[in-house]
Design a protein around this ligand. Structure first.
Ligand code: ADP
Ligand code: MG
Length: 345
């Protein structure tokens, strides 16, 4: 019913590159899509067009059969049955938690028992039943964010739009809130679009991830699929802490090799062969092993992450590579590395 589709959606704010450029995307009814991309790539503009706060300069937006915006028509935000949660959660300080959550119902003229019941249900869905009579100042940042979620849930929106809602919270709280969002999605059944520039947040939360860069949609799919098969250099560099290495390969090499030593991959440079060409290869840190028969690399940085050290290495030709090591490795040290399974072109 509430499948959301964006068709050739564009938005220009003036001359120059459009903020959103011919973006087409479908989010199934009850789906949870993360819109991921670097700051300034147009994520908020997409969300604001879905909500109705911005009018597209091209293309259309539909919710089910209903056209929300195209060149002829424009449904205003209040008639779209959507709710938007922002990074700053904007609660009324003089109202209690229950009054804040009930406010959108009050505005719609819903009062009495119906309002109290919906407020109770919304608070229960974010596990804040016991905080109904408190004021926002008496809550933690995570609890305030949950009140903001409950307030958006109370109107039973078809679509919930979230614009970097966790950006102001510390790491520990963010993980707790990720749980809350997943549960919120399960319970509400709403179609959700979640904007973030944080890839781990996007991958952990959503059933689908859409990657944007410079106003354009680059790839959309399940987190696992995008991680396994990033389409092109930009997605590859946005997802996973990979390094892109230019390596000489044989064109007949399979797209994924089970195992290839880096020294073996580089050998054709020393012994030129007519079939060899150079290709950009995305190599993730977990694809790299420290091994005595590998090629030499210099340790540029070594960060202890508990469990392991995250290394940034340079090869003799100056190319950069990332790797993990269980054993301590010092900056400046020379190590030997080989590329393990799963490397791709
Ligand atoms: P993101 O949310 O991914 O950081 P935005 O959608 O906020 O990106 O912005 C995309 C581009 O559009 C940026 O270059 C930004 O400066 C521009 N932009 C956004 N809103 C406006 C506006 N109201 N007027 C002019 N330019 C805007
Ligand atoms: Mg933004």
């Amino acid at each position: 019913m509430a499948q959301l589709s964006l068709n050739h959606l564009s938005k220009s704010f003036g001359a120059g590159r459009p903020a959103v450029n011919d973006l087409s995307l479908t989010i199934r009814d009850g789906g949870f899509l993360a819109l991921l991309g670097p700051s300034g790539c147009g994520k908020t503009t997409v969300l604001r067009m879905i909500a109705g706060f911005e009018q597209p300069t091209g293309g259309s937006i539909r919710l089910g059969e209903r056209v929300l915006a195209d060149e002829k028509s424009f449904i205003p935000p209040e008639a779209r049955n959507m709710a938007m949660v922002f990074q700053s959660y904007a609660l009324w300080p003089h109202m209690t938690v229950a009054e804040n959550v009930g406010y959108p119902l009050k505005v719609r003229g819903i009062g009495g028992d119906a309002r109290s019941r919906k407020v109770r249900e919304a608070l229960a869905s974010v596990r804040l039943e016991d905080y109904a009579d408190r004021r926002p100042a008496a809550l933690s940042g995570g609890q305030r964010q949950r009140v903001a979620l409950a307030r958006c849930l109370v109107t039973e929106p078809d679509v919930v739009l979230l614009d970097e809602p966790l950006a102001n919270l510390d790491r520990h709280l963010r993980q707790e809130m990720e749980e809350t969002f997943r549960e919120f999605h399960r319970r509400s059944g709403a179609t959700m679009v979640y904007v973030t520039h944080d890839q781990s947040e996007a991958m952990a939360l959503a059933t689908d991830v859409a990657i944007m860069s410079e106003g354009k949609l680059l790839q959309v799919g399940a987190p696992e699929a995008i991680y396994a098969e990033p389409e092109g250099r930009v997605v590859g560099s946005l997802i996973g802490q990979g390094a892109i290495l230019s390596l000489p390969i044989f064109p007949s090499s399979p797209r994924r090799l089970d195992w290839l030593s880096l020294s073996h991959a580089l050998r054709p440079v020393m012994q030129p062969h007519p079939d060899v060409r150079t290709a950009d290869v995305l190599i993730r840190p977990q694809d790299v092993e420290l091994a005595p028969e590998g090629i030499q690399a210099k340790v540029e940085t070594s960060l202890y992450e508990g469990e392991r050290y995250a290394l940034r290495l340079t090869l003799s030709d100056g190319q950069m590579l990332r790797a993990f090591s269980r054993l301590p490795v010092r900056v400046g040290e020379l190590v030997r590395v080989r590329i393990g399974s799963g490397w791709r072109l």
